[in-house]
Design a binder for this molecule. Structure first.
Ligand SMILES: [Fe+2]
Length: 131
């Protein structure tokens, strides 16, 4: 479980709102897995939602970077691309994936997201407040 707190704020309302939504989806998946819900379609709905939301969120941030001529865009986008590639390669929608697989995926995602927000997104947020 990952809990939003003000330390996560990047000082940009739009990005913060999307991060909260992402955290909500991740937490829904954590609950699903801990309850050992056996409804596979439910899991698939959540994973699809997460996959789509990550894509939408990255696009949103990248549009802001373009719009505001963010000088560190390349480094930031490379991090996004790293996660995009990983999600693609994992085949997260495979029916053969076990609960263990999703548990590990979630742990990695939580780790990636918290580091990315605290370091990379905060830099972007700081830039956007003055540019
Ligand atoms: Fe980002």
């Amino acid at each position: 479980m990952i809990k939003w707190n003000d330390n996560f704020s990047v000082n940009h309302a739009g990005i913060d709102e999307q991060h909260k939504e992402l955290i909500d989806i991740i937490n829904d998946l954590v609950v699903y897995i801990s309850e050992k819900d056996t409804e596979f379609s439910h899991l698939l709905d959540l994973v699809t939602k997460l996959d789509n939301y990550v894509a939408e969120h990255f696009k949103y941030e990248e549009a802001l970077m373009t719009e505001h001529s963010y000088p560190e865009m390349d480094v930031h986008v490379a991090q996004h691309n790293g996660l995009r590639k990983k999600l693609e390669e994992l085949n997260i929608f495979s029916v053969d994936n076990t609960i263990e697989f999703y548990k590990e995926l979630l742990d990695e995602l939580i780790d990636w997201l918290s580091k990315h927000i605290m370091q990379t997104d905060k830099k972007l947020g700081a830039y956007l407040t003055i540019n």
